[in-house]
Design a protein around this ligand. Structure first.
Ligand code: SF4
Length: 418
């Protein structure tokens, strides 16, 4: 079947190449489906580009990736689903049924499917599940509203995706401040209610498959990356195996990645540094445990020529200005290369249903609090207002206020790391 894989993401701070569509294309073409990627990130006229692609390629189905519901920020929030719904409606009018998927879709598959008006959906990893849906379509369409659970179908850890870069204009992304991405794993063992990527499950890829992919991209002149794993250090044994393979391959890449505060050890950081990692971003909620690890991570990162950025999140139940003040004083002592501050927690699955929120807590809710059961429209929880946070930060240039600064950590720290 012919599948038009559409990237509707037009966020440019920074622009993010649609890695998931390249992975889907690689997986679907192995099973005999013909794919074309329509990247609308830089399209001047989105609907004209959509119409032209449909007329030229004549797809049997369109797959739309919903990477994010919104940009996750309370300040300067950008909600993306209305634009994607408009694309879905246009495709319907052109006679092309739509299957939706992606990380943003997967946090509330039924809610997002209905919001968009898409025909079918795939939650979780799509590489195998979408192929199954397409096979089923050839025998007659599944019922409208069918959503496949991609975690049940899984993903092939040995697929190498050596065709990456064939249908995406990486040069434009790089010129506009974007970075290529790659994955070593899918999912996260964490179940944090404030994170869209909490899946509680992980699929690890084979290191040799990842290296074949990176070598193919090197052949297209791509050497700089931001890892697209939720957080790399979920299994240190796997991390070491991948890093050793990357070092042994002789491939010279530079890459940035996200880490959680544990696990890690000196050997892990030594391998990271040797592999070309030049920036680690540490996700840090309030409290002394994370800060203790941040101090050790800063020391290990510095020793191995790696910069450290911290994404500090406060405003949780029980957080007080005094507690946040103590944390920021500690962060000043640790002195990462940059610290992003955010005190508004975007609520996702697992949060207390809004209607069950006790009256004394409702004053901490912001955004679309009424009539928003699936948390599709952004709702935030905060016990620390932005003015309070500014007063605590005291104008120290170490601290950047997320939402006000429309840049990512690697852009803030642009330049050689060592
Ligand atoms: S915050 Fe980090 S550990 Fe928690 S679910 Fe998200 S990616 Fe996983």
């Amino acid at each position: 079947m012919k599948v038009l894989l559409i990237n509707p993401n037009r966020y440019h701070n920074p622009p993010v190449p649609p890695l998931s569509l390249e992975y889907l294309r690689g997986a679907l073409e192995v099973t005999g489906h013909e794919c074309r990627i329509l990247d609308l990130c830089f399209a001047e006229d989105v609907f004209a580009a959509l119409k032209a692609a449909v007329e030229d390629f004549a797809p049997g189905v369109a797959g739309i990736t919903v990477r994010n519901i919104d940009n996750g920020m309370f300040t300067e929030n950008r909600f993306f689903l209305d634009e994607i719904r408009e694309l879905t409606l246009r495709l319907k009018a052109l006679g092309v049924p739509v299957v939706a998927g992606g990380a943003g879709f997967s946090f509330n598959p039924r809610g997002v499917l209905e919001y968009l008006g898409a025909r079918w959906g795939v939650s979780g990893p799509g590489e195998r599940a979408l192929g199954h849906l397409l096979d089923a379509l050839e025998d007659g369409p599944p019922a409208a509203g069918t959503i496949l659970d991609g975690w049940q179908w899984g993903a092939d850890p040995e697929l190498a995706f050596a065709s990456r870069g064939e249908q995406l204009d990486y040069r434009t992304y790089l010129d506009q401040g974007g970075l290529a991405g790659f994955e070593t794993q899918k999912g996260c063992y964490g179940t944090c209610y404030y994170c869209m990527e909490s899946t509680g499950r992980v699929i690890f890829r084979k290191p040799e498959s990842i290296l074949r992919e990176l070598k193919a991209l090197a052949g297209r002149g791509v050497y700089q990356y931001h890892l697209c794993d939720s957080e790399f250090n979920q299994d240190l044994a796997f991390c070491r195996e991948f890093l050793q393979a990357l070092i042994a391959s002789g491939l010279k890449i530079e890459w940035a990645l996200y880490l959680k505060s544990t696990p890690y050890d000196p050997e892990f950081f030594r391998l990271l540094g040797r592999s070309g990692a030049n920036l680690v971003t540490l996700s840090l909620p309030t409290g002394p445990d994370g800060l203790r690890h941040a101090a050790q991570i800063k020391s290990l990162a510095k020793k191995n020529g790696i910069r450290l950025a911290v994404d500090y999140l406060c405003g949780f139940p029980g957080d007080t200005p005094e507690k946040v003040r103590r944390d920021l004083e500690e962060l000043k002592k640790i002195h990462p290369d940059t610290v992003g501050l955010n005190s508004y927690i975007r609520l996702y699955r697992g949060a207390v249903p809004l209607e069950a929120c006790p009256p004394e807590e409702r004053k901490f809710l912001f955004g679309a609090v009424e009539d928003n059961h699936g948390l599709i429209r952004p709702v935030f929880y905060s016990t620390i207002g932005v003015e309070t946070l500014r007063e605590i930060a005291g104008g120290d240039p170490l601290f950047k206020f997320e939402g006000f600064e429309q840049t990512s950590n690697y852009q803030r720290l642009n330049g050689p790391a060592r």
